[in-house]
Design a protein around this ligand. Sequence first.
Ligand SMILES: O=C(CO)COP(=O)(O)O
Length: 121
Amino acid sequence: MRLALIAHDKKKDDLMAFATDHEETLSQASLMATGTTGKRLMEVTDLDIERKESGPLGGDMQIGGEIAEDTCDGVIFLRDPLTAQPHEPDISALLRLCDVHDIPLATNLASAELLVEQFFE
Ligand SMILES: O=C(CO)COP(=O)(O)O
């Protein structure tokens, strides 16, 4: 099971709390994250995380590449729906690829809980 974890700045605290709550479960997965999200996750948990570039520098695209290569089984992406992002085209491309390849995608905490429950518990 290979899972991508991503959060926009205003959602990072939520993702850190989620990862801490589910640390034991998430440790069963192979995890990757965009740059800053991954750095924060490794600061607050003992999870082993493959860090991609930061989102605005191509990290979303790198995770999209994994989806296209069939090496990503699920994405938790806590997006900030109230703040414009400079790399919006990359974000849309990642979400689109999840749909193209039928990859489970959770974009808020409620769906992230369901995804993790279904995947691991
Ligand atoms: O911008 C992001 C996703 O679109 C997240 O990137 P960071 O994890 O580097 O902040």
